[in-house]
Design a protein around this ligand. Structure first.
Ligand code: C2O
Ligand code: CU
Length: 477
């Protein structure tokens, strides 16, 4: 039968149809990596791209033979990759079929505060919310996740997270074929009970969850078939608290080409890159035919970065499609430069539940910022492990404990690791959407700390009106 099949194949190839190139050789990768489906709807007659996202509960086989109760968008676990370009008008129809209220926050998106999906925008079970805005920011790997007051850690731990890719005109030929040489990797660490359900309390102990299984796109111990000479990975840390130190198992060098909020001007060559919760990094890895190498994380000695874990086995085909190397200049890059008299604000991260000695209060506005401002935010970590995320803005790290950042983290960001007992200074670029009644958040993105109240609120207002803004919000309920 095999001989017959081969013979008939030969006959076809010699017949009238032109010979087809050999299909890519099959690559055995073990459990295959799941690549989240792409959601990129065409613009409707009104010119708006209309995305539909349903929060739902389901079950996923993560460990062999066991069903894990999970939550996802448009599926049982995690969410599709949303794609939009600068200048697009987008409308999101958010439907919640869970048994409890949630929210959807666009982490890394520049948009009006009313569309931001923070704790002030709960979507009740059975309800729908349809934010709409125009994409107006450089190409980046952003993401989306719930942000319900005090419950973000639980909703993320159940699996509500997805990647949001922003395109913006040409770059220097970075790999861009989705799922082939441009691949999102969502990292989440989990603990499992005997019956396969997620265990551990995201609100307990100093950090909540520090799991002993790391999933990539919801898959445990996955492999990926590499078919091209270079692959760009958009890595998102969607973990509750774990910090990763990414490297390749043979310690080969790779290139960092993007940070949270955009592409770097020039690729930065590294052999390791750190990633704390909420951060994203875009990397380009070069491969040779017929090899296997593992993307892994190694123990960095910190309480949130303990342990070595293999993340993704990369198995290359015996022939690889050529991919050009990233150019010397990826995109033109403009630094965020505060004026000499720029406003400086100081934030101290205390213990695990407050900033500047205050715990999050939904009714309190902590900071008022004029539109378009470029400010210096100094974030001091007085204890424990923390990072710091600011909604809406894009920032650059000026220095960490007085030292300028390495090239691989010198780009546009929105989340930054703040080492214990040190200060990080940020040059922060605010947007132009003014709304004195709708706050944005800033907080530690270790979700146990965020939920405990290590969070504050700011509003962006018309310049000159700062002193007239009420510091007390009338809450809807
Ligand atoms: Cu990723 Cu305020 O969140
Ligand atoms: Cu923290």
């Amino acid at each position: 039968f095999l001989a017959l099949a081969a013979a008939s194949g030969l006959t076809t190839a010699c017949g009238t149809a032109p010979p087809e190139p050999d299909p890519a050789p099959p690559v055995d990768v073990g459990t295959p990596l799941r690549v989240p489906p792409l959601l990129h709807p065409d613009p409707g007659p009104d010119g708006v791209r209309h995305y539909e996202l349903t929060l739902q509960a389901g079950e996923t086989e993560i460990l062999p033979g066991k069903q894990t109760p999970t939550w996802g968008f448009n599926g049982p676990f995690l969410g599709p990759t949303l794609r939009a370009a600068r200048g697009d008008r987008v409308r999101m129809s958010i439907r919640n079929t869970l048994g409890e209220a949630s929210t959807v926050h666009w982490h890394g998106l520049r948009l009006p505060a009313a569309m931001d999906g923070g704790p002030h925008r709960p979507v009740d079970p059975g309800a729908e919310w349809t934010p709409e805005w125009e994409i107006d920011q450089p190409a980046a790997t952003a993401w989306y996740h719930p942000h319900p007051h005090g419950k973000t850690s639980l909703h993320l731990y159940h699996g509500l997270a997805g990647v949001f890719v922003i395109d913006d005109g040409p770059d220097a030929g970075l790999p861009s074929e989705y799922g082939v040489d441009d691949v999102p990797l969502i990292l989440q660490d989990k603990m499992f009970a005997e019956d396969g359900s997620f265990s551990g309390d995201p609100l307990k102990g100093p950090f909540g969850i520090l799991g002993d299984h790391v999933l990539v796109n919801g898959v445990y111990d996955p492999g990926f078939a590499v078919l091209t000479e270079r692959v760009r990975f958009r890595v998102l840390n969607a973990s509750n608290a774990r910090m990763y130190t990414l490297e390749l198992s043979d310690r080969r060098h790779f290139q960092v080409v993007g940070n949270d909020r955009g592409l770097l001007g020039t690729p930065a060559e590294v052999d390791q890159v750190p990633l704390t919760p909420g951060e994203r990094v875009e990397i380009v890895v070069a491969f040779t035919p017929g090899e296997q190498v593992v993307l892994r994380t190694v123990d960095n000695g910190l309480d949130i970065g303990k342990g070595d874990f293999d993340l993704l086995r990369l198995v290359t085909a015996s022939e690889l499609r050529p991919t050009p190397a990233p150019g010397e200049q990826i995109v033109p890059f403009t630094a965020i430069t505060p004026a000499a008299d720029a406003r400086v604000r100081h934030f101290t991260l205390n213990a695990r539940d407050s900033i500047n000695g205050r715990t999050m209060d939904m009714a309190r506005i902590d900071e008022v910022v004029p539109t378009g401002a470029v400010e210096i935010w100094e974030v001091e970590n007085s204890a424990s492990s923390h990072n710091f995320h600011i909604h809406e803005v894009s920032f650059q790290i000026l220095d960490v404990a007085g030292t300028p950042p390495p090239a691989h983290s010198a780009g546009y960001k929105d989340t930054v690791f703040v080492p214990t007992r040190s200060t990080v200074r940020l040059a922060v670029q605010f947007g132009r959407y003014a709304d004195p009644g709708a706050p944005y958040m800033y907080h530690c993105h270790l979700l146990r700390h965020e939920d405990a109240g290590m969070m504050g609120q700011f509003v962006i207002v018309e310049p000159g009106t700062e002193d007239t803004v009420s510091r007390t919000l009338l809450l809807a309920h």
